[in-house]
Write a protein that binds this ligand. Structure first.
Ligand code: HEC
Length: 105
């Protein structure tokens, strides 16, 4: 009987404990590289919520435009990234010119 009471008490406290919990994402904070290209603002709005720039920064620097296009389309298809179709091209342009084969180095 005592045990049941304790279990019930614990259960009753659960929502309180859950409230106190804080969700922390792993710190992978590599900022997306600032750029005047329109894709930069889109990346801030559409990609930053899920991950920092580290996935882009660690791609081979020789990656061509088609590679980035495939990645962005994969983000949409697999992870349901919310960017509209019209924003794919500017994002790809920003990525290839910042992290890929068309970057000024
Ligand atoms: C809903 C979450 C989500 C959003 C939004 C998102 N991504 Fe990702 N992205 C992921 C996850 C998870 C991975 C790692 C797993 C993987 O690559 O399959 C990833 C991986 C990547 C990679 C590395 C792929 C590889 O093969 O290593 C690139 C590049 C990338 N994302 C770019 C972007 C860009 C650009 C955007 C915005 C248009 C974006 N992501 C939006 C979740 C997201």
């Amino acid at each position: 009987m005592k045990r049941a009471l304790r279990a019930a008490l614990l259960l009753a406290m659960c929502p309180l404990l859950a409230c106190a919990k804080e969700i922390r994402l792993p710190d992978d904070g590599l900022e997306w590289q600032a750029s005047a290209l329109p894709g930069y603002a889109i990346v801030q709005a559409q990609c930053r919520g899920c991950h920092s720039a580290h996935y882009a920064a660690y791609q081979p620097p020789t990656s061509p435009r088609a590679y980035w296009e495939a990645q962005v389309k994969r983000m949409k298809a697999v992870f349901k990234a919310g960017l509209p179709d019209g924003q794919v091209a500017p994002v790809v342009d920003y990525l290839v010119k910042t992290y890929g084969a068309e970057a000024q180095r």
